[in-house]
Design a protein around this ligand. Sequence first.
Ligand code: B12
Length: 329
Amino acid sequence: MRKPLTDFSDEPIYNMKAVEQQTGISAATLRAWERRYTLVEPKRTSSGYRLYSDRDVALLLWVRHQMSEGLTISRVVAMLETMRLNHEPIWVDMDESAPNSFSAEAPNPPASFVQPLYQALINLDTERADDIVEQGFALYTLTTVCMEIIVPTLIEIGEAMHNGQISISTEHFASTYLRGRLYGLFRVYPQMSDMPMIMVGCAPTEHHEIGALIFALMLRQHGYNVIYLGQDVPVNDFVETALNEHPAMVCMSANNETAALLLREMQSSLNKAGPAAPIFCYGGRAFDTDPALRQAVPGHYLGSDPREAINLVKNLLRNHRDHTHGHLP
Ligand code: B12
C-alpha cells in the first residue's frame, strides 16, 4: 500500500528505540543524518529525549528504500530537496519491511558479502542474491558495491568455473544476474542530457561487458550524459554514430588481445570530426595486463580501476574543453 507522506500523522510519539525497530536504521545513523542533513527533526521531551512521528518514520523508510536502489544518502537528500521545492508528493510504500540490521557505520565490511553472494548465485537462488545485494546497497555506495562486492564475486565465479567446480551454465546464470542488477541501476540515475556526452561500449568480438557497464554506471552517477552501447560494437558503426551524436568522449573495453587490436583505427577515424573530435579512451583486462597493447592502440588508457578512471575522465574533458576553446575564433 502506498500513501503520500503528508497523510501520515506528525504527532511526536516514538522514542529512538522504537524508530530503530520500525526502520532498521541504527540510532547512531539517525543521529548522524539529523546532524548532517537535518533529514528529520524530531521533537524533544522535557528531559531532552527525541520523539518521532509516523511521518518521520515514513520518511526514513522512504530514504532507506532509495538507498537500497543504490543511491547514496547525499543524493537522496538532494533528491528530497528538489521534490520539496517542486511540491512533488513523496509516496511511501507501507509494505516495506524493516531489515534486520541497517547502519551507516557498517557492521559488516563489504568483503563479508562476497561469499554469501557467491553461494547464493551458485545455488541459483535469486531471492537470496537479491537480499544480499539489496543489503549491500542499503549499507554502501554504488562504487563500493560494484568494486568490493560484485567484482570479487565475479572473480570467484570465474575461478570456480576455470577449476571445474561450477558449470558453464551456473557461471552464465551468475553473470547474467549481476549484469541485470547493474542494468537496472541505469534507470535509477537520470540521464543528464545537458551534460557532456560519453559513449561507452565493448570492442568488436568482446562479450565481457561488466567492466564497461560498471564504468558507465559510475560515469552516470557522476552526472555525465552516458550512452551505453553494450557488447561487441563494430568500430565503423561506432565511429559513424559518434560522428552523428558528437559525444565529448568515447570509451571502449577489451578483454583479450584480438579485441584490443581491433581498436587501433578508432582514434584516427574519430579524428575526422576535426578539432571537436571526441576523445578516445579505453580500458579492460587486455590493456591492464599487457602494456604493449597500450602502445599499439592510440588513445588514452584509463587504468584498471574505474574509480580512478573517473578522475582521469574529468581531467581529460577539462583539458580538451580548454584546448578546443583555444581554437575558437
Ligand atoms: C562473466 C564472464 C564471462 C561472460 C561475460 C558476460 C558479460 N556479458 O559480460 C561470458 C559467458 C560471455 C564469457 C565468455 C568468455 N570468457 Co569469460 N569470464 C567471465 C568472468 C567469470 C567474469 C568477467 C567479469 O565480468 N569480471 C568483472 C569485471 C568488472 O572485471 P574485468 O572485466 O576484469 O574489468 C576490470 C578492469 O579491466 C576494468 N575495466 C573493464 N573494462 C573497462 C573499460 C574502461 C573504459 C575502464 C576505465 C575500465 C574497465 O574494470 C574492472 C574492474 O576491476 C571472468 C573471470 C574473471 N576472473 O574475471 C571470465 C574470463 C574473463 N573469461 C575468459 C574466457 C577465456 C572466456 C571465453 C573465451 C570462454 C570461451 N571459451 O568461450 C569467452 C569469450 C567471449 C568473448 N567473445 O568475449 C577468461 C579470460 C582469460 C584471458 N586472459 O583471456 C576468464 C578470466 C576466465 C578464466 N579464468 O579463464 N565470460
